[in-house]
Design a protein around this ligand. Structure first.
Ligand code: CP
Length: 309
């Protein structure tokens, strides 16, 4: 059993817990593929989705996952909440607790915000992305997609190319994948590599060829223009040429390699249009995995809540 009230990051999630989440998500995915969207493990429960940043796939995916599990779902956009009137996160948490919410799903531009909410709220808190810190369910859906293709995570060579510094996806993948025994390589302009990431288990590469050499997974990352200070790279064209994934660079990878990207993609920058739509691309499969993973995490956290009650 996943013995947790919250899921804030993968930094402290062990291999046994990751395997339980991925096995449960694989089960959920089988049900969804069979057209079975009524799995009422959360019947009678309330989920509030609280997003302080834009999202397409994560927000809708959490909403669908909660609804397929039979929960009542409330959506709060930051602009329409009392945060806009100056209410603190702690007071928001207390208010949502008083309304007997069972789960709060939060995306926030500040790293650590979901951790603070989890400390004050009785409801379980799921981090849907906090600043440049973590995006645990994105990494879990990436891991599920890889495991389905290769039948394992251990020993896989995963090349993550792009804006590592601003990427919560890269950090959660690094934690989850290395815990499961995969090798995580990273390649980016020096200005977009966070200091000390190699000490967390990443293998830093000095060329695209080194990163992609024999790689099983080639993952592009979105250039996060909204989080950039000016001057991290000369121009988008040059970025695309030196750090973008195209047909030529894919020749270095394992012939069986898959192409991944958490989305949204800047077409022609991180990946060429041809690579996005390539038969090796798993970008749409990642989106499908996302619903199953979020259903799995909600179910397992709810099992623990029921056990504790
Ligand atoms: N991958 C991801 O987090 O996408 P959204 O910003 O659309 O949720």
């Amino acid at each position: 059993m996943l013995k947790r009230k919250d899921l804030i990051g993968l930094i402290d999630v062990n291999a046994e817990e990751l395997t339980e989440i991925l096995d449960t998500a694989a089960d959920m995915k089988r049900h969804l593929r069979d057209g079975d969207k009524q799995l009422p493990y959360l019947r009678g429960k309330t989920v509030t989705i609280l997003f302080y940043e834009n999202s397409t796939r994560t927000r809708t995916s959490f909403e669908l996952a909660s609804k397929y599990l039979g929960a009542t779902v409330i959506n709060i956009a930051a602009g329409s909440s009392s945060v806009a009137k100056g209410e603190t996160l702690v007071d928001t948490g207390k208010t949502l607790d008083a309304q007997l919410n069972d789960f709060l799903i939060m995306r926030h531009p500040m790293g650590g915000a979901p951790y603070l909410l989890a400390k004050v709220a009785k409801a379980g808190v799921l981090n849907a992305g906090d600043g440049m810190n973590e995006h645990p369910t994105q990494a879990l859906l990436d891991m599920l997609t890889m495991r389905e293709h290769f039948g394992r995570l251990e020993g896989l060579k995963v090349a993550i190319v792009g804006d590592i510094k601003h990427s919560r996806v890269a950090k959660s993948n690094l934690f989850g994948l290395t815990t499961m025994g995969a090798e995580v390589r990273m390649f980016a302009p020096e200005t977009l590599i966070p200091k000390g990431i190699d000490k967390l288990g990443a293998k830093l590469c000095s060329s695209k060829q080194e990163a992609l050499d024999g790689a099983d997974v080639v993952m592009g990352l979105r250039i996060q223009l909204e989080r950039q200070q000016a001057g991290n790279f000369p121009s988008l064209n040059e970025y695309a040429e030196f750090y973008g994934v195209d047909g030529k660079s894919l020749q270095y990878a394992n012939p069986n390699a898959i192409i991944m990207h958490p989305g949204p993609v800047n077409r022609g920058v991180e990946l060429t249009g041809k690579e996005i739509d390539h038969e090796k691309s798993r970008i749409e499969e990642q989106v499908f995995s996302g619903i199953a993973v979020r259903m799995a995490v909600l179910k397992l956290l709810n099992d623990y809540r029921n056990h504790q009650a």
